[in-house]
Design a protein around this ligand. Structure first.
Ligand SMILES: *Cc1c(COP(=O)(O)O)cnc(C)c1O
Length: 380
């Protein structure tokens, strides 16, 4: 089965044995009747398993070319489950330019529990080897990175992970499996904030993991049930519905993203534009190798280079909504320095390029001309 077909049919055989409904029913139930103690039909309690969630988990596994999907109540709950594979004394090497919430989870929760993190630049994959020691267990990669749109070579990192017997996890939220398949490039775990492109309609918060290895899957299912950070059946249904149009939406996100990136690059009131599709993006060759398109996430700085100019610009936007989050059908604009990345000290922030004049766009699937016109009036 090819990708577009998988988004619709992958893992969806016989979702309703009772009546043959095309979409899986929303099994809004906490428990299931048993004919005799232990005599159930595959489900006993909805923390452990629910048919609607199972349909979604099978879809996730299918679209990521994995075998096992494990869904959670949020993207961070999914990352939290991965961290619970480890014990005090273990070390994790992570991308330094990553989602602020992941950074917060690592440093304020798991560091306290005795897991050590090293945050490093991974654009040169060989750099990672300098940080590996006997305690290292996992490499955590986010690519493209948020908000600087750096690209990390997943295949090169996976070779290093394999050489040293480490697990490799990739946060695939920005790219989605439409653009990039980390498991095919050697990753062991793919993570998603399904809140973003997979759900696609800004109406649900959810997370997911996908793996190929059965033993690893069993450990993660154990954590899912033992810690209990599951998603409900209604939310599972919504994300499953979102996935069915992922390929159509991503195609338009990519087209509009390219148009917006090029427009911004040629505009005199814009300084730098960060988008991996440009020839002069420092990791463009890797993006071209591992992604089938460049997506709809773009960051840029104003030519005036001031906080005020960026704030004024985002306030003037009308079609783009000023909001956190990304990946929905509607275009959003954000100001990382005061919104998503405000928790990072200014000095640290500026080291990785998150200046006060930086604006991040999640380009939606509206008409291109309306998006360009909105940016034109706001910049003018
Ligand atoms: C939003 C996001 C997360 C966290 O997901 P939630 O669903 O908000 O918990 C993790 N990684 C990336 C790249 C994100 O954009």
């Amino acid at each position: 089965m090819k990708f577009n077909t998988k988004t619709i049919h992958g893992g969806q055989e016989n979702v309703d044995p009772a009546y043959g409904s095309v979409m899986p029913p929303i099994y809004q139930t906490s428990t299931y009747s048993q004919s005799t103690p232990g005599g159930h039909k595959g489900f006993e309690y909805s923390r452990s398993g629910n048919p609607t969630r199972a349909a979604l988990e099978n879809s996730l596994a299918s679209i990521e070319n994995g075998k096992y999907g494990i869904a959670f109540g949020s993207g961070l709950a999914a990352i939290d489950a991965v961290m619970k594979l480890f014990k005090p004394g273990d070390e994790i090497i992570s991308t330094n330019d990553l989602y602020g919430g992941s950074y917060r989870l690592f440093t304020s929760i798991f560091e306290k529990l005795g897991i050590k993190f090293q945050f490093i630049g991974m654009q040169e994959a060989e750099n990672i080897e300098n940080y590996i020691n006997d305690h290292t267990k996992l490499i955590w990669v986010e690519t493209p990175t948020n908000p600087m749109m750096n690209i990390i070579d997943i295949e090169a990192v996976s070779k290093i992970a394999k050489k040293h017997g480490l697990l490799l996890a990739v946060d695939n939220t920005f790219a989605t499996p439409y653009l990039q398949l980390p498991l095919e490039l050697g990753a062991d775990i793919v993570m998603h904030s399904a809140t973003k492109y997979l759900g696609g309609h800004s109406d649900v918060v959810m997370g997911g993991l996908v793996v190929k290895d059965q033993k690893l899957a069993e450990k993660l299912y154990f954590i899912q049930n033992a810690s209990g950070a599951i998603c409900g059946p209604q939310d599972s249904f919504l994300v499953l519905r979102g996935i069915k149009t992922l390929h159509l939406r991503m195609q338009r996100h990519c087209e509009n993203g390219e148009a917006v990136a090029k427009f911004l690059k040629s505009h005199p009131k814009v300084d730098k534009v960060y988008w991996p599709g440009f020839d002069d993006h420092p990791n463009h060759h890797i993006a071209k190798k591992q992604m089938s398109g460049f997506g709809g996430m773009i960051s840029f700085t104003t030519a005036e280079k001031t906080l005020e100019s960026a704030v004024k610009l985002v306030e003037k936007l009308k079609v783009f909504t000023l909001a956190e989050s990304l990946g929905g059908v509607e275009s959003l604009a954000g100001h990382p320095a005061s919104m998503t990345h405000a928790a990072i000290p200014k000095e640290e922030r500026e080291k990785i390029g998150v200046l006060d004049s930086l604006i991040r766009l999640s380009v939606g699937v509206e008409d291109e001309e309306d998006l360009l016109e909105d940016l034109r009036q706001a910049l003018g």
